[in-house]
Design a protein. Structure first.
Length: 426
């Protein structure tokens, strides 16, 4: 005869190792993480929106740099298909080649389109620029009427040309749309007939970047800016590290008073110091020289102050240990202090390089020769000499921003570490 067990059945909470009504530790942590995640969503959205707004100007520059000139000023940010040709699609050697190809096609009676283009392209001119050639071809493309059937006879039209031709024949287009469709049809048809003469319509004009180099010595501006910025960065970091070591690690009479006096020079605006610096450069014969750009920027009170704060956070016992081992002050500086101050050195180097690379007023005052121009002065010269071609100017600006982006991307970890260490002393 079996007897029943008098003990009550174990509950599921007891089996799981928790008391009834008590939330497990894992559950509480999960809920805490969920609340923290949900609470961070508004802040993340705000920061993401700010970051997107900050990137909008660069996005506009990038999109404008690949547009044809006739689309500048439109409400649409994105480049659209354009029938127009521009001078960037031709080199100087292409001008004679295009005219020779048109003459040869007319002589051999190989293409009626060549005879049509001969009415627009000046085949007898002794010299023809790429801009004139592009304008003359655009005259044929923007004639206002679709090409006659005789011009395209025997030509296998591409699907896009057939599509625009069908739109002109079947749809009731407004005048602006009809003019655009006509130009695109003419461009595709002429390109099919003479592909070596008329370029195909394009949406993205990457050749705008190459055109910048053809119009001005942009590579020279690049080299000048990087060379000047690199030398100023090296000299500022080196002189600031030496002076910061003297103010932070060495004991000598009047040190703090001299430091305050040195620091007070930060209160003087840069434009106020420009005239004395220019007079000094005149007396040294360094006007319109690269050396004249570099020398005044070799010293900085800000860099001394920044590195001094880093060096004050390094324990003084390291100096004493190095001195006991027989190290001189210079060896202590190079082998002990500088490696520990690396985040500060990198932070100062980034700020200095970006500031020197973007410097405008001092090179504007100092430089007279075009081959010594830095990028900011070169962009100003290009803007005035290129006839307000905004797409080419934006291509030049985008290329000038690339080195700064690379510097920040490569050194961003050291920059953040340097700022964090500089904010905490001890």
């Amino acid at each position: 005869m079996s007897t029943s067990d008098p003990r009550p059945p174990e509950s599921s909470d007891a089996l799981s190792g928790t008391l009834p009504g008590v939330t497990s530790l894992a559950e509480r942590q999960r809920r805490r993480h969920v609340r923290r995640f949900l609470g961070a969503i508004p802040l993340n959205l705000v920061l993401s929106t700010i970051g997107f707004l900050v990137c909008l100007p660069f996005l506009w520059m990038l999109l404008t740099s690949v547009k044809p000139l006739d689309q500048i000023g439109e409400d649409n940010w994105l480049p659209t298909l354009s029938a127009n040709t521009d001078r960037g699609q031709f080199s100087e050697a292409d001008v004679d080649r295009v005219r020779d190809e048109i003459r040869g096609a007319i002589r051999d009676d190989a293409s009626p389109a060549a005879a049509y283009l001969a009415g627009y392209v000046d085949l007898d001119a002794k010299s023809l620029t790429t801009q004139q050639l592009a304008d003359q071809l655009n005259g044929a493309i923007q004639a206002g009427e679709p090409l006659p059937e005789s011009v395209t006879a025997g030509v296998e039209l591409p699907p896009r040309a057939l599509r625009y031709k069908a739109e002109l024949e079947t749809r009731d287009l407004d005048p602006l749309e009809a003019r655009k469709a006509t130009a695109l049809y003419n461009a595709w048809a002429l390109h099919a007939a003479l592909p070596g003469v008329v370029p195909a319509p394009a949406t993205i004009r990457w050749h705008n970047y190459a055109e910048v180099f053809r119009q001005v010595p942009f590579a020279r501006y690049y080299v000048n800016s990087i060379f000047v910025a690199a030398w100023i960065t090296f000299l500022q970091v080196f002189t600031s590290a030496l002076s910061a070591f003297a103010f932070a690690r060495l004991q000598w009479p009047g040190r703090d008073k001299v430091f305050l006096l040195y620091l007070s020079t930060m209160m003087l605006p840069g434009l106020v110091m420009m005239i004395p610096n220019y007079q000094i450069m005149i007396s040294l014969g360094l006007v319109d020289t690269i050396q004249g750009l570099i020398l005044p920027g070799a010293f900085t009170a800000f860099g001394t102050f920044l590195l001094r704060q880093f060096m004050l956070s390094i324990p003084a016992s390291l100096d004493e240990a190095a001195e006991i081992d027989g190290a001189s002050k210079f060896r202590t500086f190079f082998d002990v202090i500088l490696p520990l101050a690396r985040p500060g050195l990198v932070t100062l180097a980034i700020f200095t390089f970006i500031g020197s690379y973007n410097s405008f007023f001092w090179p504007l005052v100092m430089l007279k020769s075009e081959h010594r121009y830095t990028l900011p002065i070169g962009l100003l010269y290009f803007d005035s000499s290129a006839g307000q071609e905004t797409n080419l100017l934006m291509a030049a600006v985008v290329m000038s921003v690339v080195p700064m982006i690379l510097v920040f991307v490569v050194l961003q970890k050291q920059l953040v570490a340097g700022i964090q260490l500089g904010a905490v002393k001890g």
